[in-house]
Design a protein around this ligand. Structure first.
Ligand SMILES: Cc1cc2nc3c(=O)[nH]c(=O)nc-3n(C[C@H](O)[C@H](O)[C@H](O)COP(=O)(O)O)c2cc1C
Length: 345
């Protein structure tokens, strides 16, 4: 086909599709100014590198803690670790609780060789296990777990509502803040604290920001919600009236606002200013919006979005991630954040 024939075909396509291509003004993403004059096309991935918790990530993207301890989890985790190595990302493991009992499922979690030495790779335990070990003088078992996995450090998930709604859930005897403060007295590795889908309010965030944590992960409301998930698991019907407890929490946008306010008002008391903004983030535009809104040093995290692709195949996961990174690069070149007050969430 000649060049003119190709051009002619394209023009015909344009005319044909022009009716379908009408967009309503209400569909506009109002969070950014679009500035087409200021940059050439970017090379995908360029300019996205970010220093975060003393590591360099090639993009401000984090794979949030998910899974381990089941047959399916092993291949999912392997795919996620391979992805981190290929794209220079960081990841948190799902709860490593099974490894406190035995090494039977060690290979599900033992991914340091796959991810490589230079990237952040975190072990994960729930606050209930941490409380039990710390207050029974068994903190060494936590340190041994981190060492065994050659993990960068530990993520502690704090999930009191999930535990409450879980039919076989644990009951916390001590406030999470006291447990974490106690653990930090003996840790020589970075510690991150997160929620699992409800997020947390300004006071909890402030108290965490005063601790020498490596980072705080939001696990905000608006995506995967583990309290609701536990309600779904409970087939007995005995506790269905407790469901409203799964509906409280804070969105990632709201939590960014809490963080910003805490950073302005309590700067002198704050030791942790790094954040993984996660919970209900559906794509790179949300991620870009939230990172640009946050006064702390932040990356954005996704769990379910990666899980769905990792469960299909590695190529599917790569396609998704490539497009997120490409979108971030184009966004960085042509979008300017309007400021927190315009954000639409
Ligand atoms: C299948 C699955 C398993 C998860 N397991 C854990 C876990 O073991 N530990 C943890 O800290 N968070 C866990 N999470 C919570 C996520 O890390 C994240 O906080 C939450 O899913 C919100 O992110 P999303 O909306 O992008 O899915 C899990 C999430 C999913 C989807």
């Amino acid at each position: 086909m000649t060049e003119n024939q190709v051009l002619g075909q394209r023009k015909a396509g344009h005319i044909e599709l022009s009716t379908q291509a009408q967009v309503d003004a209400s569909a506009r993403d109002q969070r950014f100014y679009y500035e087409p004059m200021l940059n050439p096309h970017p090379r995908p991935g360029s300019g996205l590198a970010k220093k975060f918790i003393n590591h360099t990530l090639l993009a401000p993207l984090w794979i949030s803690s998910m899974t381990g301890g089941t047959e399916k989890a092993k291949s999912i985790n392997l795919n996620l670790a391979k992805l981190c190595a290929e794209f220079g990302l960081g990841m948190g493991l799902g709860s490593c609780r099974p490894l406190l009992k035995s090494d039977e499922t060690l290979s599900d979690f033992n991914l340091r060789d796959t991810i490589g030495e230079g990237l952040p790779f975190f072990a994960n335990l729930g606050i209930a296990q941490v409380e039990r070990l710390v207050f029974s003088q068994q903190t060494d078992r936590i340190h041994e777990l981190v060492k065994k996995l050659r993990a960068t450090g530990l993520i502690i998930h704090v999930n009191p509502l999930q535990e409450w709604l879980q039919p076989e859930g644990d009951r916390l005897q001590i406030s999470p803040l006291i447990t974490i403060t106690e653990l930090l007295k003996s840790t020589e590795y970075p510690v991150i604290v997160k929620e699992v889908g409800q997020g947390m309010g300004p006071q909890s965030l402030l108290e965490l920001m005063k601790l020498p944590l490596a980072a705080i992960e939001f696990g905000a409301f608006g995506g995967t919600n583990f309290s609701y998930l536990e309600h779904l698991r409970d087939q007995s019907g005995q506790r269905e009236e407790l469901l409203p407890l799964a509906c409280v929490g804070h969105t990632a946008q709201e939590m960014v606002e809490f963080v910003n306010e805490n950073l302005i008002r309590h700067q002198d008391e704050i030791k942790c200013q790094e954040f993984i903004i996660s919970g209900g983030i559906t794509n790179f535009m949300d991620g870009l919006n939230l990172i640009d809104s946050c006064r702390g040093n932040s990356v954005y995290g996704q769990a379910k979005a990666f899980l769905d692709r990792a469960a299909v195949s590695y190529p599917e996961l790569v396609k998704y991630t490539k497009n997120q990174i490409e979108g971030l690069s184009v966004g960085k070149a042509y979008l300017h954040h309007r400021g927190v007050e315009i954000a639409t969430h």
